[in-house]
Design a protein around this ligand. Structure first.
Ligand SMILES: [Zn+2]
Length: 409
């Protein structure tokens, strides 16, 4: 967001911080120390204007002076920079049966984490009550309070209407459909809440922490279900209803009339997900029931298991070849429990994507294992929350007085 002098916000009162404070902060959000003179040069604003806006940021602790090493050539010019621990964010990855929560500072350094078995099918109130209790435990552990939390990023295993933070017909989350997650949480923690699908936030985490310079990335999760998150032009693409990247129910040639739990037949998920691979191996006489059993069998070099995983990779590759034509990613990464089968799944994916895509699209295409691994979603949830916390809207919430805060929350 670029600040221009015309951008006067009439909701601000005389007691409000000077207009442009949160916009000035956008220059400092990268954490690089700068002098007042440098900020004046970067913005074209008068030194006196810079001073007033910086004071507002320093008052709330978001920006502070940087200790400069003593030099022999006289006093160095004073620099200011973002104070990473001025406020905190909460990251939460809520799975079907597993919850992870972290409290991080404003540069995504994790200060404390907690993992527990949860049952998301128990409904929103028990799950979110557990989340609030866990947040309190973690804050106590790091000696901070709920007042220090500026944003909460949460991933859930189902579709979400991102703009309202309400799950939308999530198949494995009974009782959550349309539930006002931000509204409920704000009754306990006065922070901005961002709820998203777990694969979307995993894509964000994968990009932020595994491939920071990559603007076109596809993250594919292969576990009980199959889904993907799309980062294009550096932005997460959710689509009109938040279902962009939902590749699990695309038809693949090998699936024929195999029934899928979605009610359709021939879906990718019906032949290439963890349960589908286990089912295929049971049909060959192997005692496998879970993704873990499949991995165990692969690790014991059981040829049927290796073949089944590689074939699942080819099926996924068939769908990904279309995705490559559509969004032209430079990196595709695969995460989720089945990717613990090592290179076999990747080999199948590569085999089909490279042979079915146009050479120009695959000339520099990297297909790799997830770098963020099992914490991709947690890191993405933190990135989502920090993205808000440091945005003009998030900073406004901190520097505006109480009446202004009511207008932006
Ligand atoms: Zn389906």
């Amino acid at each position: 967001m670029c600040f221009t002098p015309d951008m006067v916000d009439f909701t601000r009162t005389a007691a409000s911080p000077p207009v442009g404070t949160s916009e000035l902060f956008q220059i400092l959000r990268d954490g690089v120390p700068r002098t007042r003179a440098e900020l004046a040069a970067l913005t074209g604003l008068a030194r006196s204007t810079i001073a007033v806006r910086l004071d507002a940021l320093i008052d709330v602790g978001l920006v502070g002076p940087v200790e400069t090493a003593a030099s022999t050539g006289g006093r160095p010019p004073a620099q200011v920079a973002l104070v990473p621990r001025a406020r905190l964010v909460i990251a939460a990855d809520l799975g079907a049966s597993h919850g992870r929560v972290a409290v991080t500072d404003l540069v995504a350094a994790s200060l404390a984490t907690r993992e527990a078995r949860i049952d998301i099918a128990a409904g929103p109130v028990p799950t979110l009550t557990w989340l609030v209790e866990t947040i309190d435990d973690l804050l106590a552990e790091v000696g901070r309070t709920r007042d220090d939390v500026v944003a909460i990023g949460i991933g859930v295993p189902g579709p979400v209407e991102f703009s309202t933070g309400r799950p939308a017909n999530p198949p494995i989350m009974p009782g959550w459909d349309g539930f006002d997650v931000p509204g409920w949480l704000r009754g306990h923690v006065a922070a901005h809440v961002l709820l998203d699908n777990d694969v979307n936030i995993a894509a964000l985490g994968e990009r932020e922490h595994g491939w920071p310079g990559v603007d076109h990335l596809l993250f594919v999760k292969v576990a009980t279900g199959i889904g993907s998150g799309i980062v294009s032009d550096g932005q997460l693409r959710r689509g009109a209803q938040g279902t962009a990247g939902d590749i699990g129910h695309v038809r693949v040639s090998r699936a024929g009339d195999v029934p899928c739990h979605c009610g359709n037949t021939g879906c990718l998920e019906a032949v290439a997900s963890g349960p589908a691979i286990a089912r295929a191996l049971r049909a060959k006489g192997h005692d496998v029931h879970t993704s873990g059993d499949v991995i165990d069998l692969v690790n014991r070099s059981e040829l049927d298991a290796i073949g089944a995983v590689r074939q699942a990779g080819r099926d996924i590759g068939e769908v990904l070849a279309t995705c490559v034509s559509l969004v032209n990613p430079s990196v595709i990464t695969l995460g989720g429990s089945i990717t613990r089968a090592g290179e076999h799944l990747l080999a199948g994916v590569r085999e089909v994507v490279y042979s079915r895509s146009m050479p120009l699209a695959t000339e520099h295409l990297v297909i790799a294992q997830s770098r963020a691994g099992s914490v991709a979603a947690l890191q993405g949830a933190a990135a989502l929350a920090i993205g808000y916390a440091l945005s003009p809207a998030g900073v406004d919430q901190l520097v505006a007085p109480a009446e202004g805060r009511a207008l932006v929350s």
